[in-house]
Design a protein around this ligand. Structure first.
Ligand SMILES: Nc1ncnc2c1ncn2[C@@H]1O[C@H](COP(=O)(O)OP(=O)(O)OP(=O)(O)O)[C@@H](O)[C@H]1O
Length: 260
């Protein structure tokens, strides 16, 4: 399989993030290229989720610079991530459990809605046209993820693996250019993991979406990632293609030390 990796779209330079006395990230630099699958790995507490939250604009690092498509991001708020076409999923599923699969995925379109609340309430003119377009996009996502049979089911009634797939669907509904996945396969059985791997690869391949993912399953990470960055105690200890990272002494030590 040969795929075209593009230019650097996200460049993190010397990022340090502290919470009071806790150094979550110390002087971390790495970049993400267009169309690649970039994994962030490391033992528990290494700083992976914090890094994703910096990318997303939820956390503001005390030091360092973030460049998005060559321009420095001064101040970034989470809603700006959506405007920059960055979507994410969470470590713990954050869906509306009582709502159907369809409605949950529809919430992924919110940042794309232009009509006013009143127009929506009256289902009037522009709102009506807009809703039909959003529905079309949502149906495409549902087809893509092969979840037609559960489109009306309340999410809370679904098995865990399918809930994770719906969460991916909601992120995809926003048509992101970059997708941040926080442990997309945590708690899944082997079959569910295989399905999720296939969908991640298909999203990357068919939509050209750049993917940054945190994942603990090393087999999965090494199989699907183009490049891997390794954190340990908030510091970067490795960075490269899977084969380089696998043979990196510091990485091996960190994982042995952590009992992996
Ligand atoms: N909001 C916060 N307030 C205080 N400390 C935090 C906060 N978020 C993270 N930390 C601390 O920062 C460090 C890195 O945490 P982080 O959750 O980023 O690690 P992680 O690699 O994602 O861990 P895990 O694999 O267990 O999810 C930890 O020591 C954690 O306790």
């Amino acid at each position: 399989m040969s795929k075209q990796i593009g230019e650097v779209i996200l460049d993190l330079q010397n990022i340090s993030l502290r919470f009071g006395g806790v150094k979550a990230l110390t002087d971390i630099s790495f970049d993400v290229r267009e169309h690649e699958i970039r994994a962030i790995i490391g033992p528990n507490g290494a700083g992976k989720s914090s890094m994703l939250n910096v990318i997303n604009g939820v956390y503001h690092p005390q030091e360092g610079k973030v460049f998005w498509r060559g321009s420095e991001r001064r101040k970034m708020e989470p809603h700006m991530a959506a405007q920059q076409n960055i979507a994410r999923t969470f470590q713990n599923i954050a869906l509306f459990k009582g709502m159907s699969v369809l409605d949950n995925i529809m919430t992924g379109r919110i940042t794309k809605m232009k009509s006013t609340f009143l127009e929506h309430a009256l289902w009037f003119g522009r709102a009506r046209q807009e809703e039909l377009e959003h529905r079309k996009k949502v149906e495409e996502v549902i087809d893509f993820l092969e979840i037609q049979h559960i489109r009306k089911t309340p999410v809370g009634r679904l098995p865990y693996g399918l809930q994770k797939r719906v969460e991916l669907g909601r992120a995809l509904a926003a048509e992101p250019k970059m997708l941040l996945l926080d442990e997309p396969m945590a708690g899944m059985n082997v079959e569910e993991k295989q399905d999720m791997c296939r969908f991640i690869l298909d999203v990357n391949d068919q939509f050209g979406t750049t993917i940054v993912l945190i994942e603990h399953d090393m087999g999965v990470v090494m199989d699907i990632s183009d490049r891997v960055v390794v954190l340990d105690y908030g510091k970067k200890i490795g960075d490269g293609v899977p084969d380089e990272v696998k043979n990196n002494e510091d990485v091996i030590k960190a994982y042995l030390g952590a009992g992996h």
